[in-house]
Design a protein. Sequence first.
Length: 297
Amino acid sequence: MLLKRKHLDYALAGLLLLLPAVILRSSLREPAKQNGFDRAVLRISSPLQAAASWVVGGLGGLFSDYVWLVNVEDENDELRATNLRLREELGQLRGAAADLAVLEELVDLKRSTQAETAAAHVIASSINSHFRVNRVRIDRGDAQVEVGMPVISAEGLVGRILHSYGTHSDVLLVSDPQSSVDVVIEETGGRGLLKGVASDDAYFCEIEYLEQGKAVRVGDKVKTSGLGKHFPEGLLVGEIATVDSARHGLYQKVTVRPSVDFSSLDTVLILLAPPPPADPSRAQNRKSKAANGVEPF
């Protein structure tokens, strides 16, 4: 039985080896020389050849698609890396442009300020639960600044030095309840005392002792009056936000929105000394005096 099975296996193997040779022989013969056996072989093998060609072609297409997809994935990875690098470079350039704009504003502010000043960077901010800045810290210490010195930015008055130690100083903002600034309303000339309001979700101040007779409107500019000698005259503080002139009493209730965005402070100027006093005779027309008794023409 085993011998018969072995002979059958050999016969099948021989047939499988002989079959391709027979098909190849019949396929290579010229049509005029093909006999009935050749035509029968070709008729039987044609579907097998078509199926084999379809399978081989399909496998070749799948392999080509796979190679193409691998190449596309590699290109996509390279494009993603390039895109990420360009985004990082763009972010750096935008940051540099923003820093340059701040420095240009600071230079213009320094040029327009007659007082002696020193620039400082904001290195820390204290915020409340509503992310409102309560106080800022700058990189100037007690060797360079003193308590009470005004701090300004291109937007207006920031506050004054509250504490100074080592290489750092804390700035009391104009919106802090401890702050008080003598101010004047530019449009009406009304004067009062600007006090910070303790507000968790907004930056606001109130003007105390503003007389009822002064017509104040929303949007009027509020500036330092120069009285008290703590702040020089003419620094922008903010603008009128609300007016309650119908209340009883001698004074109006007026709220002010500070002009400085304390949450975006980056660089400030410290006024080291008050500006020189204005020449009281600058508005007068000066007339040349006679020299040697001769009047000028």
